[in-house]
Design a binder for this molecule. Structure first.
Ligand code: 2NL
Length: 356
């Protein structure tokens, strides 16, 4: 019995892995194991012999089982120790770069413009991008024969065969939204209308879809002076520095009188800077709303008058963030924009770029 004990304790202690341990377990204390067979022989013994050998065999069986369990735990510890030595992480390695999304410059600038005009009491109005020719042209004092209709490179939809109504158009400006607002709320009105507009034109400086924000203020005592103040206030807030404006007489069918507005800028090294220098940059059309347009919107021109203006958002974004090419807006690779110093790409919030 002592030989048996020494043999198995030695084998267990030398076992190389869990597989070897299991083989030893079967060999020693399994159903047909050496110790189990010995236990079966107890029946042939005298009661006196059995009283000595029985407990001794049981004790040996327990001892072997304990040794097996202890060795199993020791092997597992050693295996873990080995893994900890070989599988290690360098937590000081730099993190893998992640692709980052951000607000599109057009959305950002629209937000900035909206926030500035909101501070001056202007609400935002929106409307359909597919319009009737009445809202897009006639209501704005652009009749069917007017050259402005041809000049605008309008996208027309098709009517069904035999349907002779005039076709719908993709709006060429956001003015129709203002006509709809006049009809809906009447005067007084203070709104801006940002949104997508469409013209069939595509080259270095034109895309068939672009973005415009128009403004409209109608009340009983509105003048060009109010227009000039609002625009100067806007440009100074938008560019974060005082910006001089210059009004030049112009013509639009929907305003009378009409003015094109230039902002002060400098040209140095092919780079334009707003709010300094002695040059002028044309950025906007404006004027006093034509009486016929007020009438089309259901407002009495003898009681009310107002100013209106239209600015291109894409152009504003390019000026503020130094983006030299319109195609940047259609390029989803933001590294390109970052290269051109579009700083707000690195700012986490929508209004983070607002320099006020
Ligand atoms: C331009 C010209 C302009 C307007 C837009 C307008 C809207 C209504 C009535 C009168 Cl409902 N006017 N909008 C007025 C003047 C100019 O935009 O060249 N924008 C870049």
């Amino acid at each position: 019995m002592e030989d048996l004990r020494n043999k198995y304790l030695e084998l267990i202690s030398n076992a190389a892995d869990e597989g070897a341990l299991e083989e030893l377990r079967v060999q020693a204390v399994g159903k047909k194991g050496e110790i189990s067979l010995k236990m079966r022989e107890l029946g042939k013994m005298t009661p006196e012999e059995r009283q000595v050998v029985g407990p001794a065999l049981n004790a040996l069986k327990n001892e072997i089982n304990s040794a097996l369990a202890a060795k199993k735990a020791a092997l597992a510890d050693a295996a873990l120790e080995e893994r900890l030595k070989t599988e290690w992480l360098d937590v000081t390695l730099p993190a893998r770069a992640r692709r980052q999304g951000s607000i599109h410059p057009i959305s950002q600038v629209t937000e900035e413009v909206t926030a500035i005009f909101a501070d001056m009491g202007f609400a935002v109005a929106e409307g359909p991008q597919i319009e009737t020719d009445w809202y897009n042209f006639d209501a704005l004092n652009i009749p069917g024969h007017h050259p402005a209709r041809a000049e605008m490179d309008t996208f027309y939809t098709h009517r069904a065969e035999g349907d002779n109504r005039p076709p719908h158009v993709l709006r060429t400006h956001t003015s129709p939204v203002q006509i709809r607002s006049m009809e809906k709320t009447g005067a007084p009105i203070r709104i801006i209308c940002p949104g997508r507009v469409y013209r069939a034109d595509y080259d270095q400086t034109h895309t068939p879809m672009f973005h415009q924000v128009e403004g409209l203020a109608i009340d009983k005592d509105i003048s060009m002076a109010n227009l000039k103040w609002v625009l100067e206030e806007f440009f100074s807030a938008f560019f974060g520095t005082h910006v001089e404006t210059r009004f030049r007489a112009s013509h639009f069918p929907f305003t009378e009188p009409s003015a094109e507005v230039d902002i002060q800028c400098s040209w140095e090294g092919g780079q334009v800077k707003v709010g300094e220098g002695n040059d002028w940059l044309e950025v906007l059309g404006s004027g006093m709303v034509h009486p016929k347009v007020l009438q089309a919107g259901g407002i009495d021109p003898n009681e009310y008058q107002g100013f209106a203006f239209g600015i291109g958002i894409d152009r504003l974004a390019m000026l503020k963030y130094g983006i030299p090419d319109l195609r940047a807006f259609f390029d989803s690779d933001l590294r390109w924009l970052r290269h051109y110093g579009f700083a707000s790409l690195d700012q986490p919030t929508l209004h983070g770029g607002l320099s006020r």
